[in-house]
Design a protein around this ligand. Structure first.
Ligand SMILES: CC(C)(COP(=O)(O)OP(=O)(O)OC[C@H]1O[C@@H](n2cnc3c(N)ncnc32)[C@H](O[C@H]2O[C@H](COP(=O)(O)OP(=O)(O)OP(=O)(O)O)[C@@H](O)[C@H]2O)[C@@H]1O)[C@@H](O)C(=O)NCCC(=O)NCCS
Ligand SMILES: Nc1ncnc2[nH]cnc12
Length: 340
């Protein structure tokens, strides 16, 4: 587990959080790991501990950003109940995914996020050289993901989004608002990676052509509008309304689902499935969100329909992880990063 050496020193350093809550979370995460190679468990504990102890001066900028990215992925996977997606309750609309695999995949990506952040820090500017370096590291990350998961695509879209955002954050640690980081990520994504394979055969490319929508690449090139304009404002609104953190995160996911042309849903369930997803998400939010009884009823209806259609909003899930990354970055890290 060379990937996690940097976060090991944080084990046991969680004195700043409510201890009972922390113990409950640890137990639940351990339960969810059944079936996963056992040496992921200490690594996961370490990743969890980093959620609250970013103040350790031994960690480099790359370490911290990689920690943030991995924690965002684990938080996204754990968030429940998510319609059609893998969560603590089960595998949603997937037959080849489960929560342990999502955790293992997230942890395996730590070195890639660190390397992308370090490349950006070293280069110090947005140019073709950095774009191609980030692309190369991203492709290696995809290979590692497939190796760890036995060939299952768990986080392709997340490597793309969080890789760009980690690099963008590292480029200027004094400008870390979500809009600033997303804009730098967009500028990087707009550059053409000459080494990228141009097959046009990916699921995303196929449905983008078929339905004339924009997928993961364009979402990044536009500066992650689903995150900046939908998810983060909804997260803030739901928190301010006292929804509770898990409900606020679910509301943020639904806010993304109201608008996103999720190519995973399109590929599996066509335009009818995408329309059902968007309308269903709007209905939950209009009914008061996930903290309300009526909102929960609507959420159950949406989940029933997504399962019936075998539709899984994997793109929305990746963008929720990007939302959690930017949210933590803005609230938790600037003071420490500024001194690096
Ligand atoms: C630019 C890339 C993101 C490639 O994009 P493209 O659209 O060409 O390729 P896809 O393989 O379809 O991957 C895109 C993934 O992005 C997520 N996504 C979907 N819609 C959106 C959206 N509107 N905005 C943002 N993100 C979106 C989604 O990822 C999640 O779903 C994955 C599972 O999807 P899929 O494979 O379709 O479904 P399966 O269940 O596996 O198949 P079936 O069971 O249905 O048969 C899951 O991994 C989530 O992460 C899309 O999958 C970029 O990846 C790229 O250029 N890659 C090439 C290598 C490279 O240069 N990388 C550089 C990285 S910096
Ligand atoms: N929780 C999740 N379930 C299914 N696919 C995903 N892709 C990213 N996160 C996911």
């Amino acid at each position: 587990m060379k990937a996690l050496t940097a976060i090991q020193p944080h084990l046991g350093a969680s004195k700043n959080v409510d201890e009972a809550d922390s113990a409950r979370q640890e137990q639940a995460k351990k339960r969810s790991l059944r079936g996963v190679n056992e040496h992921f468990e200490p690594a996961l504990n370490a990743a969890m501990a980093t959620q609250v102890v970013f103040g350790d001066a031994q960690l480099s900028l790359g370490d911290r950003l990689a920690d943030l990215a991995v924690v965002a992925l684990i938080d996204e996977a754990d968030l429940s109940p998510k319609p059609g997606l893998v969560d603590r309750r089960g595998s949603g609309a997937h037959s080849d995914l489960h929560l342990g695999l999502m955790h293992a995949s997230a942890l395996a990506l730590w070195p890639s996020f660190k390397a992308m952040a370090e490349a950006a820090r070293e280069r110090g500017e947005i140019d073709l050289h950095l774009r191609e370096e980030v692309g190369r590291i991203g492709r290696e990350g995809e290979e590692e993901m497939l190796r760890v998961t036995g060939g299952v695509n768990t986080h392709r879209g997340a490597i793309w989004a969080l890789g760009l955002l980690s690099a963008a954050a590292a480029l200027n640690v004094r400008e870390l608002t979500p809009a600033q980081v997303a804009l730098r990520a967009a500028r990087l994504a707009l550059l053409d990676d000459r080494a990228a394979p141009v097959t046009g055969a990916s699921h995303g490319a196929q449905v983008c052509r078929l339905y004339g929508v924009h997928g993961a690449r364009k979402e990044a090139q536009l500066g992650f509008p689903a995150v900046i304009q939908q998810a983060l404002p909804q997260l803030a609104r739901s928190r301010a309304a006292g929804a509770g953190e898990q409900n606020a995160r679910l509301d943020a996911l639904l806010a993304i689902m109201t608008q996103l042309a999720d190519t995973c849903v399109l590929y599996r369930a066509g335009m009818a499935g995408l329309t059902r997803m968007q309308r269903g998400a709007r209905a939950v939010l209009a009914a008061g969100g996930c903290a309300s009884l009526d909102g929960r009823r609507r959420l159950r209806e949406l989940e029933r329909d997504m399962l019936h259609l075998r539709a899984s909003p994997g793109g929305a899930a990746d963008l929720l992880a990007a939302t959690l990354f930017l949210d933590r970055l803005q609230h938790g890290l600037p003071a420490q990063l500024g001194s690096l």
